[in-house]
Design a protein around this ligand. Structure first.
Ligand SMILES: *Cc1c(COP(=O)(O)O)cnc(C)c1O
Length: 351
């Protein structure tokens, strides 16, 4: 009796669902170490605020925006869905995105029965603006992941500007900034005042080390936020979630996050250098994020061997244009070293 599109839906293949057994988890772009928090509120008989005031205040300060430009939700994934829900008529309107990119745009569209169009990235994973413009008829939302998951690059700022011009009055442009803390100067949050149809997604899951908390943000102008507020569930954040989120967004929490980012960026530099010396590495794509996309000779064999050794990476072979590619999250220095030792052993074997 289920809806047709649900019967044919392939659910998102999250790293958690794919499983694996190991002690070096480099497959979900999580922060590698736990950050501890104390719950300050310990009674739960009352419903939470829909949009916890302190969380909104702290996030808007952090992002340099006004509180009415910020919406908090159950992860950025819920933000992806809320925009579609508020703007796309199922069976009539469409969304558009540019693969290879994050998998949830298509999964949310399929779940909702909204058509999705794809315009593959061109050289250096940049936008094919002419093809996008030719496909815009009926499109209500364009999703751009910047920096892009899984390729790690930034879409050119000038191209985003053009995209904003060609979508004005037709479609929203949602820029997914899940990894922006790793290249903070690249944020487009300052553009919100000039573009009523720009929407930015953020999360506490990556640089803030809180993937298990499920807390994300949508940044937009008030008219868009007001529409999203109509379709959001009455109590999207549990009280403990708001409690921890507000601590993570305190001055101290933000400083800690920035120190973590500096550490991961140093590990990334070390990992890039070490990978570049391996014979089994064919290509390393430049990265502005906490992961690196790498093309290997015999990537499937490498993936499997490491998996059996408890080093879990993300296989990108099935993603369009990414044959031979594995995505490696930046872990602790020790985890990076374990990975490189294992890859060195494989490099020798094949010699
Ligand atoms: C991880 C990720 C998200 C999801 O963030 P949550 O807040 O954990 O839902 C959204 N977009 C991209 C590109 C991601 O990589």
């Amino acid at each position: 009796m289920a809806r047709n599109n649900v019967r044919y839906l392939t659910p998102y293949q999250s790293a958690r669902r794919l499983g694996g057994k190991g002690d070096v988890w480099l497959n979900a772009n999580e922060f590698p170490l736990p950050v501890s928090f104390e719950l300050s509120q310990k009674t739960f008989n009352r419903y939470p605020e829909c949009q916890p005031t302190l969380v909104i205040k702290r996030y808007s300060d952090y992002a340099g925006l006004q509180p009415h430009q910020v919406l908090v939700s159950r992860g950025a994934d819920e933000g992806i869905e809320l925009v579609m829900n508020a703007f796309c008529e199922p069976g009539k309107d469409a969304i558009l995105f540019c693969p290879p990119t994050y998998g949830m745009y298509s999964v949310s569209a399929e779940t909702m029965g909204v058509e999705y169009r794809t315009v593959p990235a061109i050289k250096n994973w940049q936008l094919n603006l002419n093809a996008i413009e030719a496909q815009l008829n009926g499109v209500k939302v364009v999703y751009i992941c910047r920096p892009n998951n899984p390729t790690g690059n930034l879409i050119n700022q000038d191209d985003i500007r053009v995209l904003l011009e060609i979508t004005v009055g037709k479609a929203l442009l949602v820029v997914d900034e899940a990894y922006i803390e790793f290249c903070p100067e690249a944020t487009l949050s300052g553009w919100l005042s000039n573009y009523p149809h720009l929407v930015i997604l953020r999360t506490l899951s990556k640089a803030f080390a809180l993937a298990g908390l499920r807390c994300g943000f949508t940044l937009a102008n008030k008219p868009v936020i007001d529409l999203l507020m109509k379709v959001i569930t009455p109590y999207p954040l549990a009280i403990p979630v708001a409690d921890v989120a507000s601590q993570a967004l305190s001055a101290q929490g933000i400083t800690l996050m920035r120190n973590h980012v500096a550490e991961l960026n140093a590990n990334r530099t070390w990992l890039l250098e070490s990978l570049s010396q391996l014979r089994i590495v064919q290509h390393i794509f430049p990265s502005e994020t906490n992961y690196i996309l790498v093309r290997f000779t015999d990537s499937s064999g490498i993936f499997k061997t490491l998996w059996n050794q408890g080093i879990i990476l993300r296989d990108q072979n099935k993603n369009p244009g990414l044959t031979g590619c594995l995505r490696i999250s930046i872990g602790t220095r020790k985890e990076c070293e374990s990975l490189i030792s294992a890859l060195q052993a494989l490099s020798m074997e094949g010699a």
